[in-house]
Ligand binder design. Structure first.
Ligand SMILES: [Zn+2]
Ligand SMILES: [Zn+2]
Length: 389
């Protein structure tokens, strides 16, 4: 098993390395060439650019970009629907969210995910990617050149391999789409060496007409600084706030450069990290930004016609959440916990323990399982205030 993981990760590195021959100085890293070489690498997605532009121009009335911030609790998952019917998915929540993300996409009529982005290899971002890869026809997969040895990451690589897909390097300067009024490109990561996986986050900017969206994954201050230094256009009407509203992201300078009207914080109720942090909320409020939060607003959908943006709050579409939520879609059956018949789940970070049914369970890699309450207490863990185990 260990050997399999090693081989997969090696294959991953080799694949992404070949797509990354130039260094990080290449902010203007021939986007057109990049797109073309990708298209030729995967014949099924190679469409003449001209034809696509014509499609875009021939439907000006219906043209819109829709960006769905899915309520996946303490995690990220963002569906982007382009005017010509193509789709992009950025992250897919935690492992347990996979089936619900698939269901939400199917309800939106998604058949193919033309562009699939895994921002960085943390479970709360790539957890559900394997489900998504197996459930849909997939075009191009983008991930940064960062690896971990977790089962979650291995599952993603396996799904990619089983589908015969390739992984393209997500990094600053890579253009995903560039057609008339629609442009989608990566503005981070700008470097190729980070201590913190969060700073590896692929940051996607979507420009449609005079409107723009910036999806930052878990990028923190270091990456924000690099983006600013790169001189790339960061302006966006809608900012997906970095790292679930943690104070380690959203520096003043970055916020000023993005100058959003709306911000979305993808966050779970009562999470163990205290996200979103007060400082971040204060910065956003002081800057006059209208903040949406998936823990309060559920799934939030923005629609841009290229000039104006409208916002819709769908409430909880994915997970059973705290009381008073509108139930647009029947909640998904609670996920059974593998490897723990009842018992308690501790969070290695916060030293809190939970009932398996708690809505704020830690990510898999952060869990420790206890058979009894006493076992948890004697290990120095304190009961979660939410589920009162
Ligand atoms: Zn995260
Ligand atoms: Zn992360």
């Amino acid at each position: 098993m260990k050997r399999n993981i090693f081989i997969l990760i090696l294959a991953f590195l080799l694949t992404v390395l070949t797509g990354c021959s130039s260094s990080n100085t290449s902010t203007s890293d021939q986007p057109a060439t990049n797109t073309e070489s990708k298209a030729s690498a995967i014949p099924s997605v190679s469409q003449p650019v001209n034809q696509e532009s014509r499609q875009l121009n021939s439907q000006p009335l219906e043209s819109r970009v829709k960006v769905h911030f899915l309520d996946v609790g303490q995690a990220d998952s963002i569906l982007v629907q382009f005017p010509d019917g193509r789709n992009m998915l950025v992250d897919a929540g935690n492992n347990d969210d996979g089936p619900a993300v698939v269901e939400y996409l199917q309800k939106q009529g998604v058949k193919k995910i033309d562009y699939l982005v895994g921002t960085h290899p943390h479970e709360d971002h790539i957890g559900g990617l394997d489900n998504v890869i197996r459930a849909f026809n997939i075009g191009q997969v983008y991930m940064p050149r960062a690896t971990t040895t977790t089962k979650t990451f291995e599952d993603v690589l396996l799904a990619v391999k089983d589908k015969g897909l390739k992984i393209f390097t997500a990094k600053a300067g890579v253009t995903i789409l560039d057609q008339g009024s629609l442009k989608v490109n990566f503005v981070a990561p700008c470097s190729s060496n980070y201590e913190d996986l969060n700073n590896w986050s692929a940051v996607t900017r979507i420009q449609y007409g005079s409107t723009a969206f910036l999806l930052t994954g878990d990028a923190e201050a270091q990456s924000e600084e690099e983006m600013l230094a790169s001189g790339v256009d960061l302006k966006a009407n809608v900012l997906k706030v970095g790292h679930h509203g943690s104070s380690s992201s959203t520096t003043r300078a970055f916020l000023k450069a993005v100058a959003p009207k709306y911000a979305v914080i993808s966050v779970g109720t009562g999470n163990d990290y205290g996200h979103p942090h007060k400082e971040t909320l204060a910065k956003l409020t002081n800057a006059g930004v209208h903040v949406y939060r998936t823990d309060r607003d559920g799934t939030v959908v923005f629609t841009s016609n290229g000039k104006n943006i409208t916002v819709e709050k769908l409430g909880s579409t994915i997970k059973p959440r705290a009381p008073d939520t509108g139930s647009t879609v029947a909640p998904v059956a609670p996920v059974a916990l593998a490897g723990s018949a009842g018992g308690y789940i501790g969070n290695k970070n916060s030293k809190k323990f939970h009932l398996p049914s708690c809505s704020t369970l830690p990510a898999e890699y952060n869990r420790v399982y206890f058979k009894t309450r006493d076992e948890a207490v004697s290990a120095g863990y304190v009961p979660c205030k939410r589920c009162n185990p």
